[in-house]
Design a protein around this ligand. Structure first.
Ligand SMILES: [Zn+2]
Ligand SMILES: [Zn+2]
Length: 147
């Protein structure tokens, strides 16, 4: 799927976004923080931060969830809005991870990779497509830090 402009927003509509250069792929993170944050696992689409325009910023709360990343949510309805690396030294810096479910049209994205698969609960699984699967240790080797 070619990169394109997409729109989305939180459950109550107080926060909306327009994202440009949105890829047709998404990733899944099974780390404990994403599990507790979402209640399951984080399915997210990675978009260059400067290509995302957020509306309703006064309803956005941001928490530094680790030394190197932040998570944001809507203060009106609680929907998770983004995960973003804040450490310029981290390879993920400059990108905003937007939950797949926030997009108005969430169909058609292709699963690219699952990470922290070694801590995924065995209670659920995603379609067994030929995507990349990385353990926490492999993530640390690639990204230099745990989530
Ligand atoms: Zn909301
Ligand atoms: Zn995670």
């Amino acid at each position: 799927m070619a990169k394109r402009e997409r729109q989305g927003g939180c459950m109550c509509g107080a926060v909306r976004f327009v994202a440009r250069d949105v890829p047709g792929v998404y990733d899944i993170c099974h780390c404990e923080m994403c599990r507790r944050w979402t209640g399951s696992s984080l399915l997210s689409v990675s978009v260059p931060s400067e290509r995302v325009e957020w509306q309703g910023r006064k309803h956005v709360a941001v928490r530094q969830s680790s030394e190197w990343a932040e998570r944001a949510w809507c203060t009106q309805c609680g929907s998770g809005l983004w995960f973003r690396v804040t450490d310029p030294e981290n390879p993920g810096f400059g990108m905003t991870e937007i939950p797949l479910g926030l997009f108005d049209e969430p169909d058609g994205f292709v699963l690219e990779s699952e990470i922290h698969v070694d801590v995924k609960p065995d209670s659920y699984a995603y379609r067994d497509e030929p995507h990349r699967k990385l353990t926490g240790r492999q993530c640390n080797e690639i990204y230099g830090s745990a989530e």
